[in-house]
Design a protein around this ligand. Sequence first.
Ligand code: NAD
Ligand code: DAU
Length: 352
Amino acid sequence: MIIVTGGAGFIGSNFVLDWLAHCDEPVVNLDKLTYAGNLQNLESLKSDQRHTFTRGDIGDSELVSSLLRQHRPRAVVSFAAESHVDRSIHGPGEFIATNIVGTFRLLESVRAYFSELSTAEKQNFRLLHVSTDEVYGTLGPNDPAFREDTAYAPNSPYSASKAASDHLVRAYHHTYGIPVLTTNCSNNYGPYHFPEKLIPLMIHNALAGKPLPVYGDGQQVRDWLYVRDHCSGIRMVLEKGQVGETYNIGGSSERANIDVVNLLCATLDDLKPRAGGKSYSDLITFVADRPGHDRRYAVDTSKIQRELGWRPSETFETGLRKTVEWFLANQGWVKNVTSGAYRDWVKAQYGN
Ligand code: NAD
Ligand code: DAU
């Protein structure tokens, strides 16, 4: 079996669903259920014996050690993190606590567990650390895309905390021989995406007839990947990746934010036209820029393509349409996650 951390969040829950759709290997899912964690994402697994959920913190060494001893996993796949850049600007503390200290404690628990495994079990064991392309910093318009050997240059408290966690994971391999794998992925989008991030926020606001807040000039570029393609990349790295190596994962789909928002509006115009016949793009509003906003991300995926044969199956256009369709069909999910604390966040970030 495997242990997944952060498996009730956006990518983690997609990964758990995807994993169990591809094989019968059981999953123990450890998640703290912060504002970003949602058991509704895993509703379809409610009576599935292959999935066991435990609420808890990756930094709770006693809990993590007892889960490891009890279940004896052959792998730990770790998604658990604070993940939203804007929140890290408002309050970096939680990012340091979970992404750095939490990862350190998780590594210590895994180190103790690993030391007690037999030689054969040690050979099979993997710790896969899920990370981000943001650790590499920002690119100019003509710079080559991030490669695995691009120097780290994180610019936000979020990316700095992820960079620190990547370094700790690397060090636990070099110093203690823990068989680690690290993936650095570009911007994901798809089902169960929490509507504080660009794409789901825009869909949510558009359907509510609210302004679509584009930061700065809207010319910042991100490299978008459909979440299920990220999941297939992680599965492949876990299965065939070289221990101690890092793998970049990305969609090779660079788009300026304003183009993303315009395409979203056009897709919504097509799938759910506004009453009155106006385009959703009339709601686009340019707002103050994010402090320290990285201008461009682009990921060179030639290593994972060449060595493991991974390729994304969705283009940005097909993935975005699927995503809009999912949100239109799952307005109950959106309603549940956008009450209470969510409204406080929107007020703090965007004012009234
Ligand atoms: P998310 O914020 O949607 O989910 C994070 C999950 O981790 C939540 O379920 C939360 O409850 C849980 N969690 C938080 N702190 C925890 C703790 N201390 N112990 C246990 N669980 C905890 O994040 P996401 O977008 O799904 O990202 C998952 C991982 O992938 C993160 O490590 C992130 O850095 C990385 N990543 C995200 C993207 C992206 O575009 N979203 C891209 C590349 C990499
Ligand atoms: O690159 C991978 C990273 O992608 C992950 O590591 C992070 O966890 C994930 O949150 C994401 O970070 P970004 O900051 O790129 O994503 P976000 O959706 O917050 O913003 C995408 C772009 O859109 C970014 O340039 C900021 C802009 N934006 C965002 C919001 C929320 C806006 O213009 N308006 C908005 O309201």
